[in-house]
Design a protein. Sequence first.
Length: 390
Amino acid sequence: MIEAKLRVPGIRRLWAALPEARIAGGAVRDMLLEQQAADVDFASPLSPEANMRRLADANIKAVPTGLAHGTITAIIGSRGFEITTLRRDIETDGRHAVIAFTDNWQADAARRDFTINAMSMSADGTVFDYFGGRDDLLAGRLRFVGEAQTRITEDYLRILRFFRFFARYGKGEPDAAAIAAITKCRDGIKQLSAERVWNELKLILAAPDPGAAIGLMQSTSVLPLILPEGTNIPAFNRLLAYGAPADPLMRIAALSTGDVKILGSRLKLSVNELVKLFGYQLPSALDPSATDIQLRRALAEDSAEFLIAKTWLAQSGGAGWPELRERIANTQRPVFPLQGRDITALGIPPGPRIGEILDLTRRWWRFQGCSADFHTCLEKARLFIERKEQ
């Protein structure tokens, strides 16, 4: 029954080998909400070595993916299941924790971040909820496990995780104790690596409606720590109100007012992310008054997906934007029909002159509306060659 609800094969086989294990964390939360769990992780009261022996006896491959933290990965079919031995914290410094293994389920749950993530479930479907996570989940209430400031100072990434989970599960006013602790401890974010910050920010922005979470980040002065170059909350909220897709880069393009290169360098964006973000922040080539020729010219330079994203960012009210996006989606992307070998066939030897002729012909093709066919463009290229030779 549980396997059917989670729609993940292999769970029963794993439980047959490790009957003491429980599904832990987000998968329990998502199952209670009748949502598909992205990952199904297990916790076990046995040591990592004992877990590996049990799996080996059941002919299940086990990989020691994080023995120092008590984690192994069981491979069943094409899927991996992380199994982590129950732990308790001995020492924390805001980024790393010294842990010890335990067989106490409540002690392990007590070291987790939020009550909605601290539940576990046994093979018979019993949910173990030591801190009221089920009620919080159904009420849309996001609370830290135990004392909020203590949980935050154990790992300052939990500040950003609060906003990520609030964006997806929060309803109404946020927990006052959590907000007070976040406000007090916000400077701890400076201790985090850029990669961890950017990963969490992307997850926040990928939520269906992160408006309230971003507003909280602004009111607690967390957002200026992440985007110190400046933000435009009204533009971000307009983008959400228009119903734009949940694209984190599109959303940060609307939200951030700073220099893209500085932002990309500080948050360690990938080259592809940086190029895309830079393009998003340039003015849109199209608006609802665009002619078919203008539309084809734009499509000759950029993909329909990119141009449609730009229209969401450029939209500032008025009519015609949905129709423009439909026109972009339904217009075949024009492709310049000539290649270097076509110019060579006209008698031009390999060299920079081929590129010059192609560039001249492509400019003419764009000026004409990107509709001239191969033979028409080839004849035009021939004329450019003749003029060059005169």
